[in-house]
Design a protein around this ligand. Sequence first.
Ligand SMILES: Nc1nc2c(c(=O)[nH]1)N[C@H]1C(S)=C(S)[C@@H](COP(=O)(O)O)O[C@H]1N2
Ligand SMILES: [Mo]
Length: 313
Amino acid sequence: MLIQRLTDILSSEITAPEIYRGRREFMRAAGTLALAGGLGLQVADAAAGVKLAGTRPGPYGTSEELTPYKDVTTYNNFYEFGTDKADPAVNAGSLNPRPWTVRVDGLVNRPGQYDIDALLKLASLEDRIYRMRCVEGWSMVVPWVGYPLNELIRRVEPLGSAKYVEFTTLNDRARMPGLRSPVLDWPYTEGLRLDEARHPLTLLAVGLYGETLPNQNGAPVRIVVPWKYGFKSAKSIVRIRFVEHRPISSWERAAPREYGFYSNVNPEVDHPRWSQSRERRIGEFRKRKTLMFNGYGEQVARMYTNLDMRRYY
Ligand SMILES: Nc1nc2c(c(=O)[nH]1)N[C@H]1C(S)=C(S)[C@@H](COP(=O)(O)O)O[C@H]1N2
Ligand SMILES: [Mo]
């Protein structure tokens, strides 16, 4: 049944892979699909790297050069699989992102459990090329696949008392070896103000480079908030909760002076231990000037006109 539904959604039609990748990666993806077609059960295991068909270009593109697929999928932060940038790609094989359910609850009229296949069908999938900026000073340009988180939010009908949204990552030691290390207070949680969560730039991402998300990038579903530092974009989420009071996220709990709730990319507000004025795009040697709101100021600055961004970093 799972296979039937999955193949309904993840059509095996392969079109113009050279748009995204070289022939080598294309052959790898084609191999996965051939395997999936021949041995149905393999689909669940090999769900990462399955082509997401029928996507349309999203409204917020960039013409900047994409960070190569290899870098996007081997230079990661995902502490549930280790703290080294290379760890997630090596260790995330045990994640098992199918089946998967996301609970949506809290201050809403219509709480619910959303199976990942239901989430994939909820709204039409868009290709969205976003700049990502990590608090550690590196950045990437990633072609995400997903749709605005608000597509889900409007369906659950938040109550007037809902002011914030909290995201929670899976917390399963059997599948996430890094949870044995007390580096963070698990599970990983993050949060946004409701207007930020409803902003059309905030993505519920299910893929990248035209395929389902690799485990190390937060399979099967994650948040992408491109105008904020990367840690705001919680991976492999199992719960979205609407709350009245500002949630305290994992990084804020660990080091409140270093990782604030807002964490808008801001070249003028330094991290206590290093400057945030410049960044290194992965794959480049020179440093670039970091842009206010990671370059998305035109879209998002109006949400912060009454906020002291030095105090609320
Ligand atoms: N659950 C979870 N989500 C997470 C993290 C994490 O450790 N655990 N790391 C964050 C950080 S610090 C960054 S920079 C981005 C990295 O996303 P990427 O590896 O897909 O580029 O994921 C964010 N989401
Ligand atoms: Mo990060």
